[in-house]
Design a protein around this ligand. Structure first.
Ligand SMILES: [Zn+2]
Length: 255
């Protein structure tokens, strides 16, 4: 499976938990030789301007975070492009789902998902998009930028129980109509992270559900790292999700 990553994401670019030292090392620790690494280029001004105002882009530049945030957004575009032909994950930071057209909060600066979705549309690669955001936190920025866009559906699962949470995702994916499924993959709802809800095996299940839905629709699929702050479990959760998304589990069962 292809994973989009750039060594620059190791940098501690600010003092928030998404930028913490060792977080990307932890996220990638569980991945082995099955991964084909893809190095992205930064998103260009034209890509960013589809999702954000010029004033917002300038404000990120003034914070000194333009380069790392544009590289994350470029990683999202690359994952989305690859995702049109095979499942792809972007191990990127800063995260993006709390970035709106003209503002941001919650460790986010540019909305990686929105930039990626709008780049696919601009290139004529995908018009109908289903976004699953399983981060602990509601993706308000993604809703702000893409919520009223024709052909886009956004699902932030809200069920409080573990079983009902997974059922809600499965039920919503079953109804989705899309050329591509984009996943905002935040791992902060794990039992040992801030949300305290999901088990590692649940991320495997969710990855499998996305893969199955994309297969049924003949759609592409890609996923972008959002939250996930307990370095002790982040790697095994990413690993489990990618095993489900890539279909590695199915192959193991068949062999
Ligand atoms: Zn979060």
């Amino acid at each position: 499976m292809k994973v989009v990553f750039h060594p620059a994401f190791h940098a501690v670019y600010t003092s928030d938990p998404a930028a913490a030292a060792g977080r990307m090392e932890a996220a990638l620790a569980g991945l082995g030789p099955e991964v084909e690494w893809v190095e992205p280029e930064a998103a260009g001004q034209e890509d960013l301007l589809r999702a954000h105002s010029a004033a917002h882009i300038e404000s990120i530049r003034r914070l000194g975070l333009y380069e790392i945030a544009a590289l994350a957004a470029g990683g999202a575009i690359r994952a989305a492009e690859i995702g049109m032909s095979e499942p792809c994950f972007a191990a990127i930071r800063p995260p993006g789902h709390h970035a709106s057209r003209d503002s941001c909060w919650g460790f986010c600066f540019f909305n990686n998902m929105a930039v990626a979705v709008l780049a696919l549309a601009a290139r004529g690669l995908a018009r109908r998009v289903h976004i699953l955001d399983f981060d602990l936190h509601y993706g308000d920025g993604t809703e702000n930028i893409l919520g009223s866009r024709p052909g886009v559906s956004i699902h932030n699962p809200a069920a409080a129980g573990r079983g009902s949470y997974l059922e809600e995702i499965e039920r919503t994916l079953a109804r989705a109509e899309a050329d591509v499924i984009g996943v905002s993959a935040g791992f902060d709802n794990h039992l040992e992270d801030w949300g305290g809800l999901l088990l590692t095996e649940d991320y495997r299940a969710i990855g499998g559900m996305v893969r199955e839905a994309a297969g049924r629709l003949g759609a592409g699929c890609f996923a972008l790292l959002e939250g996930g702050y307990n370095h002790a479990v982040l790697g095994e959760n990413v690993r489990a999700f990618l095993a489900g998304l890539s279909g590695e589990e199915e192959r193991v069962r068949r062999e």
